[in-house]
Structure formats: structure tokens, C-alpha cells
Design a protein around this ligand. Structure first.
Ligand code: ZN
Length: 337
């Protein structure tokens, strides 16, 4: 896969920053101490056994005794660093992000000599922490705005379906539970090239699959998945015998507000370029977490040096299972960049 110029530039910066950090922290132990210092900034630790508040010692320890019940309390317990063996990858990745340097999981794994899984886990945990901090200045939009970049399969992808089927499925489920007639208007502005050409071929007269295929010149596998998405968007109807027409009642209103709706979609455009430049494509499942990385990539006012480390140090532990079962909701939240 081709590496974009933007990603190349980020990789070179990442290497320099890594070199500087290795000089500053010297060894894995140095990185560990830095993380421990972050954790000691917390006011106190509540003992799990007796619920007593304990002051955190200022000297360098990983564990302490509860002043009430004498139970051994680990400074890292239930924190971002819970059971972490290697601190260097975490501290380095957080510094990269605090500097707006985005490195793909592959590249980060190479630079840090850890597995892709380790990097992916760190990215997901950081992403979860950061997405919870997106309270002010956020925009909420339907996840299908990002359909173009959802090309990686995940555990949520239906069997034998392309990666985007995950989005169709979640939208279909959302449709069942809410009245989505309002967001219908948006959909027409989101059509990709194929969808648009098929939509233009269709009118209020019923057409068969073969007729549409002939007029649109799309091969039948592309055509059938495209028809499926148009139908899920509610833009077309299937009549008896597998014949298709436009869903006219709705398209009339949809076309009216096209300009306004285009503006709304523009908000995610920079995000889509961000994904294409750094990750090529993503799975739908983790879409929201990539919005976290995007925010980190451009907002230097909010994300200064050590700000991410502090945010993570004061966040409770996010387990591996929690990252596995994470699923982006049909409405994503993001800071427009
Ligand atoms: Zn205790």
C-alpha cells in the first residue's frame, strides 16, 4: 500500500521524537518512572478492600500498604497502566499524539519493536479516553457520512459481506428503532459515484436489474451491492419481480435541501482525508476512536505536551475485552478540524 506524503512526513517526525525521548528517559525504567509520576499526581487511592482513602507516597514505588487494613495497593491498579509490562510504547505513542504526529499501527509497531496488537490496544484505549473528553464544541453526525473509508472487515462485519455491510446493518437496526425520516434528506448528498449513476438511471417507471445494468454499465456484483445501499438509504423501492423505482415521495424533499446538507457533510471531509492519508481505510466498528486520533492530530490548544498523559493517568483501566467489544454508535461525535 502506498504511503502518502503526509504519512511519510509524520513517520520522519516520529523517529526524531522517539530518539529524543529515548535520550530523555534512557531506559524502559525511565519510561516507567515517568508513567508512575503521572499516576502519583492523583489525590489519593481508595483501598478496594476497606474503601479507605490513602495518600499516594511521593517517592518512587509501584505499591503501598493501605493505612487502614494493610492490604497491598498497586499504584497502577485499575488505571491506564493496569498490568502493563512495557511503558515505553505507551509514553512514546502519547507524546506523538500530543505533538499531532499520527503513525499507522504497522509503522508504530516497527519503530517501537512491539506487536501490531500492542499498538492497536494502546490506540484504542487512548481513543476511548479522548472520545469521552469530547464534550464541548462537538458535532454529532450519522456514521454513514464516513462510508467511503469503511473498507476493513471487523468482528461486526456480517459473514461473506463486504466491510461496508457493517454500516448498512447498523443503519437498518437504527431505522427500526427510530423514525429516520428526517435524516433521509441527508442521504442523497452522500451517494458515491456508482450510487449516483444508478440513482440517475432510475425514475418512477419500474426497471429490471438487467435494464439498470445495461444503462449504468456497472458489473452485476457492484450493481447489486449498490442497489442494496440505495434501498437501505430509502432512495429506491423494490417492486414485485425484483424491479426498481425511485422512492419519489422522499426524493422530492431530499433534493430541496441539498445545499444545506452538503455543508453538513463537509464537516467530516477533513476527517475522511485524514483517514485516507494515514490509515487508508478503517473498520466501522472503531470509527469513533479514529475521530479521537483526528482531534489529537490538529488541536494543539487542547492537546499540549503531557495533556494526553495526564488525561490517561486519571482515567480508570480500560480492559482488553472492553476494546474488543467496543462498537461505534450510529451517531458519531467529533470536533470538526
Ligand atoms: Zn484498606
Amino acid at each position: 500500500m502506498a504511503i502518502t506524503d503526509r504519512a511519510k512526513a509524520a513517520n520522519s517526525k516520529a523517529i526524531l521524537v522517539l530518539r529524543n525521548l529515548d535520550e530523555e528517559f534512557v531506559s524502559e525504567n525511565g519510561y516507567k518512572n515517568a508513567a508512575m509520576q503521572d499516576l502519583r499526581k492523583r489525590d489519593s487511592i481508595v483501598c478496594k478492600k476497606c474503601n479507605l482513602d490513602n495518600e499516594i507516597p511521593s517517592f518512587d514505588v509501584r505499591s503501598m500498604q493501605c493505612r487502614g487494613c494493610k492490604w497491598i495497593i498497586w499504584i497502577t491498579a485499575d488505571t491506564f497502566y493496569h498490568r502493563v509490562r512495557l511503558f515505553r510504547p505507551r509514553v512514546v505513542i502519547m507524546r506523538w499524539l500530543e505533538m499531532g504526529i499520527i503513525v499507522s499501527a504497522n509503522q508504530a509497531a516497527k519503530l517501537l519493536t512491539v506487536s501490531n496488537d500492542t499498538v492497536n490496544l494502546i490506540y484504542k484505549q487512548v481513543g476511548i479516553v479522548v472520545s469521552k473528553l469530547m464534550l464541548d464544541n462537538t458535532v454529532e453526525e450519522p456514521s454513514f457520512y464516513c462510508l467511503d473509508i469503511m473498507d476493513r472487515r471487523s468482528t461486526e462485519t456480517p459473514a461473506r459481506e463486504p466491510a461496508v455491510a457493517e454500516e448498512f446493518e447498523i443503519q437498518a437496526t437504527a431505522k427500526e428503532t427510530t423514525d429516520s425520516s428526517n435524516d433521509f434528506d441527508i442521504r442523497i448528498t452522500l451517494l458515491n459515484e456508482n450510487e449516483q449513476s444508478i440513482f440517475e438511471v432510475l425514475d418512477d417507471k419500474e426497471k429490471s436489474f438487467d435494464q439498470i445494468s445495461e444503462q449504468s454499465q456497472l458489473d452485476s456484483s457492484v450493481l447489486s451491492s449498490t442497489l442494496m445501499s440505495l434501498e437501505l438509504y430509502g432512495l429506491i423501492k423494490t417492486a414485485a419481480g425484483g424491479r426498481f423505482t425511485r422512492n419519489d415521495v422522499q426524493t422530492a424533499t431530499a433534493l430541496k435541501d441539498k445545499t444545506e446538507l452538503k455543508n453538513q457533510k463537509t464537516l467530516v471531509t477533513t476527517f475522511i482525508y485524514f483517514i485516507k492519508d494515514y490509515f487508508q481505510g478503517i473498520s466501522r466498528k472503531y470509527l469513533q476512536l479514529y475521530f479521537s486520533l483526528h482531534w489529537l492530530s490538529f488541536d494543539r490548544q487542547r492537546w499540549k505536551i503531557n495533556s494526553l498523559r495526564n488525561a490517561c493517568a486519571s482515567h480508570p483501566h480500560i480492559s482488553y475485552d472492553e476494546t474488543l467489544t467496543y462498537v461505534t454508535s450510529p451517531i458519531v461525535r467529533f470536533v470538526p478540524g
